[in-house]
Design a protein around this ligand. Sequence first.
Ligand code: ZN
Length: 584
Amino acid sequence: MWLRFTPTTSSGNMWATAESFRKPSVGLLLTVGLVVSCAAHSAAPRSPSSAANPDAQARKPWSVLLITVDNMRPDHMSVYGYEKDTTPHLERFAAEAAVFEGAFSTSAWTAPGMVSIFTGYYPPVHAQSGRFSFYDSEMTSALRVLAQRGYEILGQAIWGPSHEDFGFERGLGELEDFVESRLSNDEPYFAWAHVPDVHLPYTPSARNAKRFGATSRASEGIEAVGNHRIILRRPEEAQLDFEHAGKVAFGKEDVPEVIALYDGEVADVDERLGRILDRMRETGLLDRTIVIISADHGEELFEHGWVGHASTGYDAKLYDELIRIPLIIRVPDRSLIGRSSALVQGVDIMPTLFDILDINDADMEPTMQGRSLLPLIMDGTSKIRDFVFAQTTLKGWSTPKEEIGIRLVAARSATHKLIWVPTESGARIEGFDLREDPGETKNVYPQRVSEFRYLERALEAWTRDNRRAAAELVLGASGRRLRSIARAALGTGGLVDAVNEWLAIQTMAETWGLEPDAFYADEPYAARWHDAQRLADEMIAKAMDCRTKNGTLNATRSSQARDVDAWICAGPKGSSTARDKMTP
Ligand SMILES: [Zn+2]
C-alpha cells in the first residue's frame, strides 16, 4: 500500500505513523483557494541599491530579469568548478555577481520548483504538485506586490493551459526579442524567461557536441536522448498519451556520450546567454536590470541508473544531481559580488529580491518561507539555514491525479541527507553521509538510525511550518479567501460560485494533505474554517433544495453552470449518471 508522507511528533517514530494514502475525493479542482500574501522577511533591509546610490529614490526602480535554465546542473558548469570549459560567458558574468554554491530546488521537476521561486513557499504550501493542482492566481503574491509597485510582469508560458494561473500578465516571447523591446522602454519590469535548451532531447550544436567529446557513435540509447523529451524507465507505466522513447536499454558505453551531449547543450546555452548579456551590457540595459540566473531543478546523468528527471523518466528521485541548481544574482551597481557555499533554496529568491529593492511588505501575511541571501554576501554571514527540503511526485508533470498525494520528501544538511521514498509495499527510508558518500550511493540509515534523528526532527519542524503557512494563506488575518467563500455562500456570487468555493475548501484539505481535524484542531483558524464550510454547505442546500454530499463532487474548471446544477440535484438522490458525465 502506498504511504503518504505525514511526519508526526506524537509517536516518537515519524516514519512508522505515515497514514495510508487516500485518493482525493475531489477530482480536478476548480480553484485551489489561497489568500494573496507575502510578507516582510526577517532580515533587515540592506539594499545595495540604496546603500550605493543615495539618489536611487529619484530614479526608476531596477527591473528584474529572472532566467531559469531547465535542468541545468551547476556541477556541469565551469563557473561552478566543472573541469570542462562549458560556461566561460557565465564565468565572466559571475565575476560581477553573487554566486551561491549551495543552492537547491524545492523539487525535482519544473512546476513546483518554479512556483517556489515565484512565491517563496515550499511545495506543500503552494500545492503545485502536479498538472492537476494549479494554484489560485491569488497565490502569486510576490509578483503581485511587484505589480502594485508599477512593475510589468512578464513570464514564459511553458506549462500548457496552466501558465495563465501563475500571475504573469503576458508572455515575453523570445528572450532576444524581449531584450531588444526594452532598450527604448525604461518602465520597470519583472520578466521570467525559461530556457528549455538543456532539456531532453539533447541536441547540442555539432561544434559543441564535438568539443565536449561526443563521437557520433550510434546506439539505441544515443538515438533516444537525441530524439525524445520523455524517456520512461518503465514504459509499461505510461498512462498518458505523450510521445516517449519506449523501452530503451542504455549501455555503459552510452554514458560518456550522453554526458558529452548534455555538456554541449550547457555550452550552447552559455553562448546564447553570453550574447544576450553582452547586448544588455552594451546598450545599458544591464545598468538598470537585476539579473538572476538559476534553474528549476537538476538532471540525472546515470548516477542512479537513468537519465532525465521526474517528468521525463516517471522515475522520481531527490538525489543531489536532481535538486542542486545554479544561482547567480547580479545587481546593476555591482555592489553584490562574492561567493557563498551556504545552503540556500529557490524560496529565497523573492525575499532576496525584495531586500535588494527595499520592498517592505510587513503589512502582508504570512511571511514567505524563504530568506534574504544578502547577509551571506554583504555581511559575511556563514549560513541562513541549517537544512534544505525537497518534495516531488513520482512522475512530475505526468503524475496522474490519483497519485498526486504520493510524494518523495527529502531533508538535507551540509553533511547528511534523508529521503523518504514511498513504494508500492510501504515506504523506504534512505540516509546518506555526504562527507564520505557525496554521490549518495550507500544507504546507511538502517545501521545508523540515531545519526539521522536530527534530520527527522528537521522534517517534523518543516511540516509544522508548512501547515502554519498554509493555514495563514487560507484563513489568515487578511482573510480574503474566507471572505470570498462567505460571499459566494451568501449568494452574491451565484450558486456556481458557491459550489466552486465549497469544492475549493474541500480540495484544499486534500491537495495540501491537510486534513481539517489534524490541521486546524488546535489552531485559531479552526472555527473560521468550519464556519466557512457550514455556511457554504447550508447555502447550497437551501438554494437547490437538496443536500450536498461531502467530498464526492467531481468537476472541472471549465464545467458549465448547467452541469453543476444538474449534478447538485441529481447526485444526492442516488443517480450517478449526472456525476459521471462531469468526470473528465
Ligand atoms: Zn524543468
